[in-house]
Design a protein around this ligand. Structure first.
Ligand SMILES: [Zn+2]
Length: 561
């Protein structure tokens, strides 16, 4: 007898096959059968003709800290995600010696926009080594399945302390770091992650530790994957790392390389096209390179008191250092500071960074100052042009005029959907970049899979539902060597979602305060999702997460070559 049968459904297998009428039978946490006449069962669910598909595998999350206090990894399972990969971009909380906890959190708070007070009161620090961290997560349990990268910045701080954010490593330090990465691989990491992206800065605008690494260090640390004979190298790429160089790494180690963040950048729309051509060429030579893409515009809300998108501009650094002091306002008045920012924003040197194009998609979103109410809803490019000002000058003047707390809404990248479609359908593309668990105060893209089904399948018709499901299930699982997940076939783990293809999507953005210490975050509720099962256990129903669902997720630690 089966434990559960979900019947009267359109079953999409996640492997790209056409949907079939029928259902799935589940026993002992695995798919027992797919099709019709599934036999006797303890529990039976009538899907009412809706779609049953594998749960979504989210390759790019930052739940490293949150999972130590929130086993649900809110809000991912509520958005159809059954497996989360944490530790992206090299930003992790393990390994971590007690004397480095403060530095680690202050950096994370800055680079990933996580509320510091929430992390300080929420994190369970009962670990030092990477293996101890995985053991802790495994002991605590989780609702979704979890796989974890070993992150470069944490490894660097572990070996070099404060110097990790000051200088290149010595050969001895590199050897020690390599040993830690190798140990992490043996302990069950899914791979090694890093960032060379210019906007990845820690506290005070100082580049994150991984950005101080030289070529030798990157060669050695990724070499640990080659030595282990398993694992993925994931990086968020800045201007210093080229695709041919990454192809070389893939060739040396014989391991897949996942390259983020492949957005279309209005400031240099050809770059991503060129890079995908290079990736495809590498593929033909047998190197497994992937470009990580997103299916929505990258948008953010921010105020000029803490303008995250502007932190990517190198000339903005003095303002980051002056945060919270009088000098911050002084800089806004300073002509030479203004000119340096403007000059840099005119160049194409740094990928996916705030530019003059951003003002076209930047609006006044909210203000508590009555004087500025009439501006709500206006585009900054228009406000600047009616006053005859450069848009940066308009911004600075607005701040000095009392608008430091005006909330702006800005769509930075992936704005042109025709260009985004070309990326989505690229054979070397892996869909992800939801950044779930990060940037909590200004975005929430954990529901990217539901958005793919609603917007790109139903509304735009660019993909079939079968293609879209494959893009968020078996394809990412296979790229990351996550076995027997992301597919509805006999023997696979029973990670399953049930949704209505006529209504699936994302709802209206809202703000909720469910973080430790009462900190708040942006939330975008799901639409049309009727149920989620992890390893056969019901964790979400039509009304949302089932708080008493237990912790059916597993920590995935065993990866094949
Ligand atoms: Zn990231």
């Amino acid at each position: 007898m089966h434990d559960l049968v979900i019947e009267n459904a359109r079953v999409i297998d996640g492997l790209g096959g056409a949907a079939i009428e029928g259902g799935v039978a589940i026993k002992d946490g695995r798919i027992a059968r797919v099709g019709k006449n599934l036999g006797s069962t303890k529990t039976r669910v009538d899907a009412g003709g809706l779609v049953v598909a594998p749960g979504i595998v989210d390759l790019h999350t930052h739940y490293d800290a949150q999972l130590t206090w929130d086993s649900f990894a809110t809000p991912s399972p509520g958005n159809g995600v059954t497996t989360v990969v944490i530790g992206n971009c090299g930003f992790t909380i393990a390994p971590c010696k007690p004397q480095h906890r403060d530095l680690t959190l202050r950096n994370l708070g800055q680079v990933e926009g996580m509320p510091l007070e929430a992390m300080q009161s929420g994190i369970d620090w009962r670990f030092e080594t990477y293996r101890e961290y995985l053991d802790l997560l495994e002991r605590k349990g989780s609702v979704p399945n979890v796989a974890s990268f070993c992150g470069h910045s944490s490894v660097r701080v572990n070996v070099m302390g404060e110097d990790a954010m000051k200088r290149k490593a010595t050969d001895a330090e590199v050897a020690q770091m390599k040993g830690i990465v190798r140990e992490a691989m043996d302990a069950g990491a899914i791979g090694f992650s890093t960032s060379t992206l210019e906007q990845h800065n820690g506290e005070g605008g100082i580049p994150m530790p991984s950005r101080f690494a030289g070529e030798h260090e990157l060669l050695e640390l990724t070499g640990a994957l080659g030595d282990a004979g398993k694992g993925v190298f994931m990086l968020t790429k800045g201007m210093t790392t080229t695709i041919p160089w990454l192809e070389d790494l893939a060739a040396r180690n014989g391991r897949p390389v996942m390259i983020a963040a492949m957005f279309t950048d209005p400031n240099d729309p050809e770059r991503v096209v060129r890079e995908f051509t290079e990736i495809q060429t590498a593929r033909r030579r047998g190197r497994e390179l992937w470009g990580q893409v997103a299916c929505y515009p990258l948008g953010m809300e921010f105020t000029l008191s803490l303008p995250y998108p502007l932190h990517a501009i190198l000339a903005w650094r003095p303002a980051m250092e002056a945060l919270g002091s009088d000098r911050y306002l002084q800089l806004f008045k300073d002509r030479s500071f203004r000119e340096a920012v403007k000059a840099e924003a005119r160049t194409k040197s740094v990928p996916v960074r705030f530019s003059y194009h951003s003002f076209e998609h930047m609006h006044v979103h909210e203000t508590s100052n009555p004087k500025f109410r009439p501006l709500v809803g206006s585009r900054v490019a228009d406000l600047a042009s009616v006053t005859g000002k450069d848009p940066f000058d308009w911004l600075f003047d607005h701040a000095l005029d009392g608008g430091m707390q005006t909330l702006f809404d800005c769509k930075l990248f992936n704005v042109d959907e025709e260009k985004v479609r070309d990326l989505l359908v690229h054979p070397c593309a892996a869909l992800g970049l939801g950044d779930a668990g990060a940037h909590l105060s200004f975005l929430c893209d954990a529901g990217y899979g539901l958005h793919l089904f609603g917007h790109w399948v139903r509304e735009r018709g660019d993909l079939t539902l079968e293609q879209a499901v494959q893009m968020v299930t078996s394809r990412p699982a296979d790229a990351y060597r996550i076995r027997d997940r992301g597919r509805l076939v006999a023997g696979a783990h029973a990670d399953v979602i049930l949704f209505d293809p006529q209504t699936v999507g994302r709802g209206e953005k809202r703000r909720v305060a469910d973080l430790p210490a009462g900190a708040s975050r942006v939330d975008i509720p799901p639409l049309g999702l009727k149920g989620v099962w992890v390893n056969g256990q019901h964790v979400v129903d039509e009304a949302g997460p089932l708080t008493d669902c237990g912790k059916p997720g597993v920590l995935i630690r065993n990866f094949p070559a």
